[in-house]
Design a protein around this ligand. Structure first.
Ligand SMILES: [Zn+2]
Length: 164
């Protein structure tokens, strides 16, 4: 059953109909985009990351709970990690900002069956999708990629579940 979702962004109000289930090519586009947006750490970098206090705790806690020693160690580890990543040819920092938005859009386009949003063409592509206003465009893309993520993992959101 295709899934209709309602935009939370006023500037681009309306609905979007997503494929549900997602077609395999859309799943591939989603996975590839996620891999490019997420940072990649080499084993050495992972070694530092697992030493971070927040990695050691079973349940992620507020960083303000850290002891002074933990805070100091954390700062040291983070700066070692940053210098490592500058040099390392195997580590790759993730994408942020507009570069991430473009990657998200590449994943979103094959997952959408129909667009019914103000300010978005009926059949948008990477050249016609609105990139501004910047903040609203980013919020729209973030929301879409999150919604697609729910279908990808099979998570059911109560608020969007017509059977709830
Ligand atoms: Zn590395």
């Amino acid at each position: 059953m295709p899934k209709t979702i309602t935009s939370p962004v006023d500037k681009f109000s309306g609905t979007v109909i997503l494929f549900d289930p997602l077609p395999l090519p859309a799943v591939l586009a989603y996975e590839e985009s996620r891999a490019r947006v997420a940072p990649h750490y080499c084993p050495d970098a992972w070694g530092m990351i697992v030493e971070l206090p927040e990695s050691k705790r079973a349940v992620a806690k507020d960083l303000s709970d850290l002891t002074d020693k933990e805070k100091k160690d954390r700062t040291k580890t983070l700066s070692a990690l940053a210098s490592h990543q500058e040099e390392c040819k195997k580590c790759r920092s993730g994408l942020l900002g507009t570069a991430a938005n473009i990657e998200h859009l590449n994943a979103i386009l094959p997952c959408v069956m129909e667009w019914h949003l103000d300010g978005v063409p009926e059949t948008p592509n990477s050249s016609t999708f609105p990139g501004s206003p910047r903040e609203e465009s980013t919020r729209l893309l973030d929301w879409l990629i999150r919604e697609i993520g729910y279908i990808y993992t099979g998570e059911v959101l109560q608020e969007n579940d017509p059977n709830a």
